[in-house]
Design a protein around this ligand. Structure first.
Ligand SMILES: [Zn+2]
Length: 188
C-alpha cells in the first residue's frame, strides 16, 4: 500500500513538473532541437537553410533565414522591462543586455548597443529600395534586424530587432539588486 502511494506521488510530481516546463517559450524549445544551440559555445555555426527549415519554427525560420520581418507591435519583448540577457533564438548566442534596451516606439524591441562587437555582424542591405544596415547573429549569421543612427546616447544607435529571433533569460541576481535598490530609494 505504502509503495502504491509513493508511486502515485511520483507520478503526480512528474505531471506537475511536465506542466511547469510546458509553459516555457515554444520558440526556445524549437531552437533547442538544434544540436548547434548553446549559450556557452561560441564557435561559428554553419547549417544550410534546408536543415534550419527542419529545425526552426516557421516564424523563426522566416525572419532568421529568409530575412523576413515580424509584424510591428507584436513582440512580447517590445515593452519588456525585465532585467536579463537576450540570446539568439536560433543558436543561443548572447546578443543584448536588458540595460541597453530602450523604448523607441518603432514597433520592435530596440537596443542602443550589442553585448560585444563580436556578438553581431553587420552588412549593407539595399533591399526594398532602401539603404540600410542589416544586423545578423555573430555566431550563426541569422538575420536579426537593422541598425539605424537615430538611437539614444551613449551610442546614438538603434538596433531594431525582431523579437521572434530573441530568447530572453531573466537575471535573478540582477533583479534582486535592482529591487533592493528600488526599495532603498523609495525608503529615503
Ligand atoms: Zn545565432
Amino acid at each position: 500500500m505504502k509503495r502504491k502511494i509513493a508511486l502515485l506521488f511520483c507520478m503526480l510530481s512528474a505531471v506537475f513538473l511536465l506542466n511547469c516546463y510546458g509553459q516555457s517559450s515554444t520558440k526556445t524549445e524549437n531552437a533547442k532541437k538544434s544540436p548547434e544551440y548553446s549559450r556557452t559555445d561560441t564557435s561559428k555555426v554553419n547549417v544550410s537553410n534546408k536543415d534550419w527549415q527542419k529545425i526552426l519554427s516557421p516564424e523563426v525560420y522566416n525572419v532568421a533565414r529568409l530575412k523576413g520581418t515580424e509584424r510591428p507591435f507584436t513582440s512580447e519583448y517590445e515593452h519588456s522591462k525585465e532585467i536579463g540577457t537576450f540570446y539568439c533564438a536560433v543558436c543561443g548566442n548572447a546578443l543584448f543586455k536588458s540595460d541597453a534596451k530602450y523604448e523607441s516606439g518603432c514597433g520592435w524591441p530596440s537596443f542602443f548597443e550589442p553585448i560585444s562587437k563580436k556578438s553581431i555582424v553587420e552588412a549593407k542591405d539595399n533591399s526594398l529600395g532602401m539603404s540600410r544596415i542589416e544586423v545578423m547573429c555573430g555566431r550563426c549569421k541569422s538575420h536579426l534586424g537593422h541598425v539605424f543612427d537615430d538611437g539614444p546616447p551613449p551610442t546614438g544607435l538603434r538596433y531594431c530587432i525582431n523579437g521572434v529571433v530573441l530568447d530572453f533569460e531573466k537575471a535573478k541576481t540582477a533583479e534582486k539588486k535592482y529591487n533592493s535598490k528600488k526599495k532603498a530609494n523609495s525608503g529615503s
